[in-house]
Write a protein that binds this ligand. Sequence first.
Ligand code: AMP
Length: 143
Amino acid sequence: MTVAAILSGKGRDVAIVSVETSIEEAVQILAERRIGALVVADSARQILGIVSERDIVRALARSGAGGLEGTVATIMTSKVVTCSEIDTINHVMERMTEGRFRHLPVVEDGRLAGIISIGDVVKARIQQVEREADEMRAYIAMA
Ligand code: AMP
């Protein structure tokens, strides 16, 4: 299964914020949308960074409630690892495991085209395993 197949099921919507977005506002967006990360991008959807709940927890650990002051630019990860639509689930899982993160923006022609989370990967993998088991059962029943 490919990233394109996952996106066709979940859609291509990505929660984007700008570098000027306050951390407090980012917290609100994460809570409202029930997601774990926001892509920081410019108006042309070029990726500038990613900010996840982990970055916010680190900022709080460092500075207490004052950690919520300032913009996402001060806490985001600037070097963002991405994938493309033709990548496989296995490739995505490897990237997430190696990088120890749970979000992978999808980039096509230099532009943001979706995002894959660890939850999407697990869901797709379970579907794949169930489909393989169904096929195996059908094959055995035919024999
Ligand atoms: P996460 O597991 O996605 O909540 O993120 C854990 C840490 O990795 C945070 O510091 C994120 O900013 C960072 N991070 C998340 N996704 C990526 C990515 N695709 N590329 C680089 N860093 C990332």
